[in-house]
Design a protein. Structure first.
Length: 557
């Protein structure tokens, strides 16, 4: 591991003994996810989750007014709320580390407005996750095993709700909704080598270590890699890392996108890349970009580049999962031409090499104006009216220059096919309703069903059963003899709804695993008087779709 232990303006991780003392102090103080929740209570905790610090600040003040304040109050006030505190209070709350140790580690600094107090230099918060859950290996139901939670502390830069003002351009993002979404999306299967591209504070590395033998983490920011190293060594025991030899499990590399790993191959790549579409100008410099979100390329070139190039770092059969956004442009854009497929997925399909499977789920679409407002607000750039107006106008002009009418957000799963000639998985769909979390096991099960379907081109001899989470819903007018609408609904996973035909409803009702699919289709044809040659193939195609979507599951021999 390259030594990022003494990067200026970032937590310092060269003193292993001091890091061990800090971990013990934080644990003894009850500075855990459950400990903070119990201290704050429901309302203040929920408000803090919305970046509203006042209720938590009041809870801390009430604790300090007591004769013997709980140590967790000092940690919450310092690192979550952003309050300045007397150094003496920190001596009591963190006896092994003390204020001198916290300062040496780069976690606190003098408060310029209160000379007798110190304030947080970083955000340091507890985090926990269930490890892995590892994929079920293809039984099709997507249910994860229940495993013990991993308890950690994660350092990142302070947010604008803790330290007012526009974020610095080298801001290192903490645990946000995007990073949590990617962690829940990732398929957890054993891997020899994994890559976290654009690691930030290292959140994906922590999850990868639960099922990968070795993880390589890259970032364009030296400060980000310093945060990651600090977090890894602070949590070495929980993550299974020897603090004296962290390189045995994790390799940190400085560089842009795929450059640091050129010529290497990985079993799994995960990335929450700097995909935010930002107006470009001839006068801009790299230092003016928000490195945590802006990759410095025009339009959605960051995401399109990953679509085109990730296969170069994937081993055969290796998979990649990422978050991203993409421009939805007016029909007939130059990239795919009017005569080809149109719609939001057309440009994405054109980016994919022939050797790659892909499954893209678009979760949200924003207008150019909504997109500009969100990202200007994200970095607190809406504080200055004049600058805000100029930046807003630049966003709109940039999108208009490419005919962009919307910006899609979503997740991408890709796989480098081990057999290049095989039929590719190419699925592009829009799902805006809530999904079960974590969704990774269900994505794994869906891919396994696709592979099973490719290996079984004829369903006639296959035995199928209805998945446990599936229910049937019927709608009919009062007094009607038959329902006008029949729906199948999933209660788990992607929670799909399928509109059913009469014959498909009959097929599903007979799927108890006893009869093969061909026999059920034959019986339905006779019952419905359907002897036309199209009936059986059309119904089998509908049945196959129900298998792919997880409504029906094959009975494994």
């Amino acid at each position: 591991m390259t030594d990022f232990s003494r990067v200026p303006g970032a937590p310092q991780s060269s003193n292993l003994q001091l890091l061990g003392g800090l971990a013990a102090d934080l644990a003894d103080a009850g500075y855990t996810v459950d400990g903070v929740a119990a201290f704050l209570g429901g309302e203040a905790g929920a408000a803090l989750g919305r970046d509203q610090v006042v209720p938590a600040m009041l809870a801390c003040q009430a604790a300090f007014d007591a004769a013997a304040p709980e140590p967790v109050a000092a940690a919450v006030a310092l690192w979550l709320v952003g309050e300045s505190l007397p150094a003496a209070l920190l001596e009591k709350a963190f006896p092994r580390t003390g204020s001198a140790g916290l300062r040496s580690l780069g976690l606190i600094e003098d408060d310029p407005e209160n000379p007798d107090r110190v304030r947080a230099a970083v955000d340091l918060r507890p985090y926990s996750f269930d490890a892995p859950p590892v994929s079920d290996g293809g039984n099709g139901d997507g249910r994860p095993e229940a495993l013990p939670a991993t308890l950690l502390w994660v350092a990142s830069d302070l947010g604008s709700h803790q330290r007012p003002g526009v974020l610095p351009h080298d801001h290192v993002l903490g645990i946000g909704q995007a990073s949590l979404s990617l962690a829940q999306l990732t398929v957890r299967r054993p891997a020899d080598r994994a890559l976290d591209l654009g690691t930030g504070c290292g959140i994906q590395v922590f999850h990868l270590l639960s099922h990968a033998q070795h993880v390589t983490a890259t970032d364009i920011s030296e400060r980000a890699l310093a945060f990651t190293r600090f977090n890894l060594l602070l949590n070495a025991a929980a993550l299974g890392i020897d603090p004296a030899r962290p390189e045995d499990r994790v390799d940190l590399r400085l560089g842009s996108m795929l450059e640091p790993v050129t010529g290497e191959q990985f079993d799994l790549v995960v990335t929450n890349p700097p995909f935010v579409i930002t107006p470009r100008s001839a006068e801009e410099t790299p230092e003016e970009r928000f490195t945590y979100r802006d990759g410095g390329l025009p339009g959605d070139a960051i995401v399109s580049g990953l679509f085109r190039n990730l296969e170069s770092v994937l081993a055969p059969g290796g998979t990649a999962q990422l978050l991203g956004n993409w421009e939805i442009q007016e029909p007939g854009d130059a990239e795919h031409g009017e005569e080809n497929e149109t719609g939001w997925s057309a440009r994405l399909r054109s980016w994919l090499p022939e050797s790659m499977d892909a499954w893209v789920i678009q979760r949200e679409v924003l207008s150019p104006a909504e997109y500009a407002e969100m990202w200007l607000r994200d970095a607190a750039e809406n504080r200055d009216r004049k600058d805000y107006a100029a930046s807003y106008a630049a966003y709109l002009a940039d999108f208009a220059s490419r005919g962009t009418t919307g910006i899609g957000f979503g997740s991408v799963w890709m796989r480098r096919r081990a057999e290049p000639g095989a039929t590719p998985l190419r699925r592009f769909e829009e799902i805006t309703h809530p999904l079960e979390a974590p969704i990774g096991p269900h994505l794994a099960a869906a891919v396994d069903r696709f592979d099973w379907s490719q290996a079984h081109p004829d369903l006639a001899a296959e035995h199928l059963v209805v998945a446990d989470d599936v229910t049937e819903e019927r709608h009919q007018r009062p007094g009607a003899e038959h329902p006008g609408v029949i729906l199948l609904r999933q209660g788990a996973g992607l929670r799909r709804t399928n509109l059913m035909s009469t014959e498909l409803t009959g097929f599903v009702s007979a799927c108890d695993g006893d009869l093969p699919a061909g026999a059920i289709i034959g019986a339905l044809g006779a019952l419905l008087g359907r002897d036309d040659p199209e009936f059986a193939p059309a119904l089998e195609a509908e049945v196959r779709n129900l298998v792919l979507d997880g409504f029906l599951l094959p009975v494994q021999a």
